[in-house]
Ligand binder design. Structure first.
Ligand code: ZN
Length: 418
């Protein structure tokens, strides 16, 4: 193999939808650029976490060849790192969402805000919330943020629950912690709980931050202006996936050689790429899917010569699935084909052994509006292969190579090719 472009389409897989003739959005989408590559393609249909429905961090880790059970220490670490915070081992890193709650009932866990609005909340929280230990909050994209609470004065624990419904945590060793989508989800506000002895102080600290930050947000101008305009208002802070250990990923360059770059705009993916030792190319995550794809294709074009392996991430497919917008999902998949895959086709020299992988971090069901444990559709383009079926979940189920049964096996397979 010469060069590799590895594209992760967030939540690409889905379930059959009646109004799409019982097809999934991928199966329904018209993807002529992918079709033109099929004479040099193979399919995989691996599982990400077996029976569990993974969060994105675990799906990305698995795709990059890191076993989530072995390496994940909690999503909060990557989120905070990707936001430019610098957690140390022992600090508590949390992923934060701004939501709207009325009388203890959650209206939404995602209040989409403009960049200047969420930045304003960052300033007010950092200036006005007082905890007994130092902390730093950083705003992310639209409703997201990251929080690092210093563990310098008192030992903090990652054995705490989330206060955002829909997401659970599981522990596999003292260090390893993974986040999964829960099957049931309540609409009532809950507190962060200690899940093991020794975690009570950390849970109290997290709850104290939630209460104080939520109160500050309610007093902010962002809140009052949005209320006046009849927009959803941020009045509650959700925290999840607290991490206290550095996942210490071995770098991809160490494992597979090559010069790696990442074209990613979301903090989580930036954090993972940094942890994996990739050069993170500067690209802003754009709210408009078409503009976002054009920008990322442009960055790919200028970076293609300088790097051997490029990891890209497209968020929009997952975002629309969580809202149940399956029509938009297949439209975005068509745009990925039209803009990004077309650009890869232009750039890659198949005869020389250039390779493209189009994969997913997990499936997101547009009907259930959450991640599922379904197998992910994966397209591998390399001159060694050829297939005669549309790239779809249905055809992956029938024609995928059986020797890649888990997502963690994709990368070793790709680098094991001649
Ligand atoms: Zn995802």
């Amino acid at each position: 193999m010469r060069k590799l472009v590895f594209i992760i389409v967030d939540g690409l897989g889905d379930s059959p939808i009646e109004l799409l003739n019982q097809k999934t959005p991928l199966d329904y989408a018209y993807t002529p650029n992918i079709s033109a590559l099929l004479s040099n393609s193979a399919f995989f249909y691996p599982s990400v976490l077996g029976k569990l429905a993974p969060e994105s961090d675990l799906g990305v880790l698995a795709n990059l060849g890191y076993d989530p059970y072995k390496f994940s220490t909690g999503r909060g670490w990557f989120e905070c790192l990707g936001l430019g915070l610098s957690p140390n081992e022992g600090d508590l890193s949390l992923r934060v969402n701004f939501g709207e709650v009325t009388n203890g009932k959650i209206n939404t866990v995602r209040v989409n805000m403009r960049p200047e609005e969420i930045k304003q909340l960052e300033t007010e929280i950092n200036e006005n919330v007082k905890l007994s230990v130092p902390f730093l909050f950083k705003a992310g994209v639209s409703y997201r943020g990251g929080l690092v609470i210093s563990g310098e004065t008192k030992k903090l624990s990652h054995f705490i629950s989330n206060n955002q419904p829909g997401y659970d945590v599981k522990f596999y060793s003292k260090r390893n912690k993974i986040g999964i989508a829960s099957k049931t989800s309540s609409d009532r506000v809950v507190r962060v709980r200690a899940l093991r002895k020794g975690a009570a102080y950390t849970a109290r600290l997290a709850n104290e931050f939630v209460a104080k930050a939520s109160a500050i947000v309610k007093k902010s101008e962002v809140y009052s202006k949005r209320k006046l305009s009849g927009l959803p208002v941020p009045n509650f802070v959700f925290c999840r996936d607290g991490a206290v250990y550095d996942p210490s990923l071995p770098s991809l360059e160490e494992t597979y050689g090559r010069k790696w770059a990442a074209i990613v705009g979301m903090p989580l993916e930036i954090g993972i790429a940094r942890s994996a030792g990739m050069k993170v190319l500067n690209v802003e995550e754009l709210a408009d899917a078409e503009a976002d794809l054009r920008l990322k294709a442009e960055v790919l074009k200028s970076a293609f010569k300088s790097f051997d392996a490029i990891y890209m991430h497209i968020k929009h497919t997952d975002a629309v699935s969580h809202l149940g917008k399956y029509t938009e999902k297949y439209h975005i998949i068509e745009l990925i084909d039209k803009i990004l895959v077309a650009e890869v086709r232009n750039l890659m020299d198949k005869e020389a052994g250039d390779t493209m992988v189009l994969s997913a971090d997990h499936c997101t069901s547009s009907l259930l509006k959450r991640h599922t444990n379904d197998r992910i559709p994966v397209l591998l383009v390399n001159k060694e292969f050829g297939i005669n079926h549309k790239f779809s979940e249905e055809e992956c189920r029938k024609h995928a190579k059986r020797n890649v049964d888990k997502a963690t096996e994709i990368m070793p397979f790709v680098f094991g090719m001649h």
